[in-house]
Write a protein that binds this ligand. Structure first.
Ligand code: COA
Length: 321
């Protein structure tokens, strides 16, 4: 039993923050942001718009592309670090929005690698016949935990959601997934407060994402380059066999460094960072859907997904689309 990607979908909120907008908010420039990150604009939720709204639209887009409804699913996994509420989990909330009943739904909190973790878990459940068709969503409203007075972080993050429908198939599909984590890096990229520690310990009003950008950058490049080689080697393929590399869209320079180490031309990399910024766990399914819908990604092609984020957590998926 194998798993294939039946369809994809994504949604970004209408409101856009450009680099020029940031020039009016903090001491920065369009030139600096483009040169250091590759980002030109990012989509941001409006007041009252939530992560669940984004996830619902992305899920409906993937369901619509497959001609399926919520009753045709038997699993929903939502990867996110910005859930609407603590519980019920985002999977259950999404199931209710879509009109599904009875089958298991949950959410995964693995920062930017969450979608890859979700893909791996859904793939395992399908391969062991515990379900036949799964909706896996990555959705974030990072704008709700971003400090818009901190120029070193606020220019990076955006909001959005991406979704895939996975289903049982007689051929792969998902060829392999590789997951990793190392909590020793927990202090390099994190959100400081929560239910059990208590909210708002460090500031009078709200907490925000904290990041040691330079160190995150260095570990991300080394880790993701090694992970790509590990994934390709384990599957007995090389970077020349890849039709498309669909990386987590955190920073164009991180992606360029990995591409250089793999000997992969930039023309075979799906890039959405200029338009989306870093949307954490939503970035890979969003980029995937963009490239599927504009016709770059075709059935039968070999794809490599790779993500890295807070924890650190990181993971890859090698997929025959
Ligand atoms: N505009 C202008 N200058 C800025 C700036 C901004 N938005 N943000 C930081 N700077 C300044 C710094 O204050 C520093 O000034 P100084 O030399 O006078 O102290 C200078 O630019 C260099 O800062 P540095 O942090 O070394 O820049 P960098 O090249 O490392 O780029 C990041 C900063 C955040 C873009 C980069 O480190 C990065 O992308 N890291 C990875 C982050 C990431 O991907 N996180 C998510 C992982 S999933």
């Amino acid at each position: 039993m194998y798993t294939r990607i039946r369809s994809t979908g994504h949604y970004v909120p209408e409101r856009v923050l450009t680099n020029q907008d940031f020039e009016r908010m903090v001491t920065t420039s369009d030139e600096w942001i483009r040169a250091r990150t590759g980002i030109e604009r990012r989509h941001i939720v409006s007041p009252g718009e939530t992560n669940l709204d984004l996830c619902e639209k992305a899920a409906r887009s993937a369901l619509g592309a497959a001609g399926l409804g919520a009753e045709d699913l038997d699993l929903i996994l939502v990867a996110t670090t910005t859930p609407n509420q603590v519980f019920p989990n985002m999977g259950v909330l999404l199931q209710d929005r879509l009109g599904g009943h009875g089958y298991p739904c949950t959410s995964l909190e693995s920062a930017c690698a969450g979608f890859i973790y979700g893909l791996a878990i859904a793939n395992s459940l399908i391969q062991t016949s515990q379900c036949r068709r799964a909706l896996v969503v990555g959705g974030e409203t990072l704008s709700r935990i971003t400090d818009y007075t901190d120029r070193s972080t606020c220019i990076l993050f955006g909001d959005g959601a991406g979704a895939v429908i996975l289903e049982a198939a007689s051929e792969p599909g998902i060829i392999a997934t590789h997951l990793h984590a190392d909590g020793a890096y927990k202090d390099l990229l994190y959100y400081p407060s929560g239910i059990s520690l208590g909210f708002d310990r460090l500031r009078e009003s709200r907490d925000f994402i904290r990041m040691k950008g330079g160190e995150v950058f260095r570990v991300a490049v080394n880790t993701l380059s090694q992970l790509a080689l590990e994934t390709l080697e384990a599957a007995g393929v090389t970077s020349t066999d890849l039709s498309w590399f669909v990386p987590h869209q955190a920073n164009l320079r991180i992606i360029q460094s990995i591409a250089h180490k793999l000997g992969l031309p930039m023309e075979r990399i799906v890039l959405t960072i200029a338009d989306h910024g870093n949307t954490s766990t939503a970035s890979i399914p969003m980029a995937l859907d963009v490239a599927v819908r504009d016709g770059r990604i075709q059935r039968g092609q070999l794809l490599l997904f790779e993500a890295f984020g807070g924890g650190f957590t990181w993971g890859s998926a090698l997929v025959r689309y």
